[in-house]
Write a protein that binds this ligand. Structure first.
Ligand SMILES: [Zn+2]
Length: 307
């Protein structure tokens, strides 16, 4: 099927494998209790509410998600902070047994604005080492905690030999930024913005209706399918492992898997496709921040008149 655009953009249409018009990446950020630990680095409060909400993920949520993907014969990408892996090593075997991908997601789910370049590098190396040791497979992908990146981080991913990043949203299909293959995400397809609720008075908004979110996600997938894009769904063990969330994902996967022309693949497979197809190099952009506006402000020393 052809690209629905009548007005041509300077960028060519993205090419998916033969017979496929769009792609779907099912991704799980296995945060568990780790962001809570990062938020309380120096002292963990003696309160169980939020911790238990999050511990539901490794105990129950992750296995419900694995069971869901198995029923639809869909392979997913799991981004596991190293501390999640340290705390729940049994989970890694279950993910690998399902034929899924395990990627990096920080050591302590470090928030980018709260660490130096050197700290990022240290956490990247340590998490790569731990996950390689625990799984016997060297991860090929990285997803940044809270989806923030810097040029330093992209350079470091290249240096340690990772194949892709999945944290940015500059296209709605794979591209390259500073020479790193980017498997884009988007906030509208993240369960956290709709269903994250930790209690304790810190939440900024209430749960959204699962019905409304399901309708939106299906509409987003249908539209992205028309435009030939990548539908990257991001769910969390402790959020979408809850009963009604699993039922919601079943309805979503019923719709998606009925369309034979969409390719459901792991991020590693999608990144490999990107790098070995005609797409490679066609969507290459620079990650450098623009110059500050600074002296370019108007209204000073403007020598010419209007009109
Ligand atoms: Zn996360």
């Amino acid at each position: 099927m052809s690209n629905p655009l009548q007005i041509k953009s300077p960028w060519p249409a993205y090419e998916w494998p033969q017979d496929k018009q769009s792609a779907v990446l099912l991704s799980v950020d296995v945060d568990a209790h780790v962001p809570f630990m990062w938020a309380h680095k120096d002292h963990v409060p003696d309160r169980m509410g939020t911790l238990e909400i999050r511990r539901f993920g490794p105990r129950t949520g992750i296995y419900r998600l694995l069971d869901l993907f198995a029923r639809y014969e869909a392979k997913a990408s799991f981004y596991v902070p190293a501390l999640t892996a340290e705390t729940n090593p049994e989970m890694l075997a279950a993910i690998l047994e399902g034929g899924h991908e395990i990627g990096l997601h920080g050591y302590f789910h470090e928030i980018v604005s709260e660490v130096s370049d050197d700290e990022f590098t240290g956490a990247l190396e340590a998490s790569l080492e731990l996950l390689t040791r625990e799984t016997g497979v060297k991860p090929v992908g990285f997803r940044s905690p809270a989806w923030e990146m810097t040029p330093h981080m992209l350079r470091e991913l290249r240096r340690v030999g990772l194949a892709y990043d999945s944290s940015l949203s500059g296209f709605d299909h794979p591209y390259e930024i500073d020479g790193v293959v980017e498997i884009p995400v988007q906030w509208a397809l993240d369960d956290a913005i709709f269903f994250k609720f930790e209690g304790g008075g810190r939440d900024k908004w209430p749960y959204q209706s699962g019905r409304a979110v399901l309708q939106d996600w299906i509409a987003e997938w249908q539209a992205l399918h028309r435009f030939g894009g990548l539908f990257t769904l991001t769910v969390h063990d402790w959020i979408s492992g809850r009963a009604q969330r699993i039922a919601l994902l079943e309805e979503l996967l019923d719709t998606i898997t009925a369309e034979m022309a969409t390719w459901i693949a792991t991020a590693a497979e999608i990144a490999h496709h990107h790098a070995t197809s005609g797409n490679a190099g066609r969507f290459a952009v620079d990650g450098k921040a623009p110059e500050a506006i600074g002296t370019r402000r108007f209204g000073q020393d403007i020598g010419h008149s209007h009109g």
